[in-house]
Design a protein around this ligand. Structure first.
Ligand code: SAM
Length: 337
């Protein structure tokens, strides 16, 4: 197959058509029987002539088929991947009403990010990503669901491939709705843990722990990881946290863990590493959306060292994810963080 021309690679018509189709749930509405433009326009409250134009492009790119006799548009196998219940779980990243799809749209303001280094998300929506989620509960729910989905396979691997049994009490800092902590506690019945996250997500974690029968060993704390953290846990876990932030904020988070940890405490960072699990597109997304970045082991080690944390070991824990274990270094008077 001929490689696409630079014009084809740069055209926004195809990605936007796919995203609008996902937002309007055209695949689910058409189903395997298919539907006419008029039926789909009536169900979605859209303009039939405009919708036909969209569907004809989706046919041209192999996302839908058109049965000329019945006038039915039917999703192809490729198109079916964007269905709500498809195993690929791609819909939240396409649907403009979901946190992931909404965030990707900010790529149209990438020039601003490249010019200033500031997140395009903030420029486009007037709030940073997390404030936007706070203001719009439906975005928060879709983001938590997306995070949960992405770790369906990985959370049990993280629980089993790292020796958590050394840490009787774990604080999962920015632990989302508790997916990772619940997997760890299921795999290690002697451990206890807490999630710290922003308020609505901490509530979701409480619900998850209760539903999983873990409420005797797991709880959730509402709060910000930029404020002082609960002290004295044996391990402070940062899973997919640091890459959401620039170096200054990442240092603040690491320093907070270091301050809260006992003198022989541990900070465990789990991230996709740049070039090993995180490709250039994800790196660009982190910059555009959050002002964050993917980092190498050396970069994470230097950041942590700035905050009095020493790398003890590192290794893969799940496909595309690496765990780095840091120990709390003896207190330094000139601590910069
Ligand atoms: C990429 S998600 C990772 C969630 C979880 N650690 C995981 O790996 O599934 C980042 C998390 O950081 C949380 N977060 C963002 N800003 C925060 C803050 N200032 N304090 C506490 N949590 C925060 C978000 O609510 C979200 O749950």
């Amino acid at each position: 197959m001929a490689s696409p021309s630079i014009r084809e690679m740069a055209s926004l018509a195809t990605p936007m058509s796919i995203r609008v189709a996902a937002t309007l749930s055209l695949v689910e509405r058409a189903g395997s029987v298919g539907a006419t433009v008029e039926q789909l326009a009536s169900e979605t409250g859209t303009s039939a002539p405009a919708l036909r134009c969209l569907l004809d492009h989706l046919v041209a790119i192999g996302v839908f088929d058109l049965d000329m006799e019945s006038g039915h548009y039917r999703p192809t196998d490729l198109g079916a991947q964007m269905s709500e219940d498809a195993p690929a779980g791609i819909k939240p990243l396409l649907d403009i009403g979901s946190a992931g799809g909404r965030a990707e749209l900010a790529f149209v303001d990438l020039l601003g990010t490249i010019t200033t280094g500031a997140p395009a998300y903030l420029h486009r929506y007037g709030h940073d990503f997390w404030a936007d989620l706070d203001a719009r509960p439906e975005l928060r729910r879709s983001f938590d669901a997306q995070m949960n989905w992405r770790f369906q396979v990985q959370a049990p691997q993280i629980a089993e491939r790292f020796d958590w049994s050394r840490f009787p009490e774990i604080l999962d800092v920015g632990g989302g709705d508790g997916t990772v902590l619940a997997a760890i506690l299921h795999a290690h019945p002697d451990l206890r843990g807490r999630v710290l996250d922003l308020s609505p997500t901490a509530t979701a974690a409480t619900d998850r722990f209760a539903a999983a029968g873990l409420d005797g060993r797991a709880s959730a704390v509402s709060g910000s990881f930029f404020d002082p953290l609960p002290v004295g846990a044996d391990a402070y876990l940062l899973s997919d946290i640091l890459h959401d932030w620039d170096d200054d904020h990442a240092r603040k988070i690491l320093a907070g863990c270091r301050r809260a940890a006992a003198p022989n405490g541990t900070v465990v960072v789990i991230e996709p590493l740049r070039g090993q699990g995180a490709d250039t597109a994800i790196d660009l997304f982190m910059l555009m959306c959050f002002g964050g970045r993917e980092r190498t082991v050396d970069e994470l080690t230097r950041l942590a060292a700035d905050c009095g944390l020493t790398l003890h070991s590192w290794g893969p824990v799940a496909a595309g994810r690496t765990a780095l274990e840091f120990g709390v270094a003896p207190h330094r008077v000139d601590e910069p963080c």
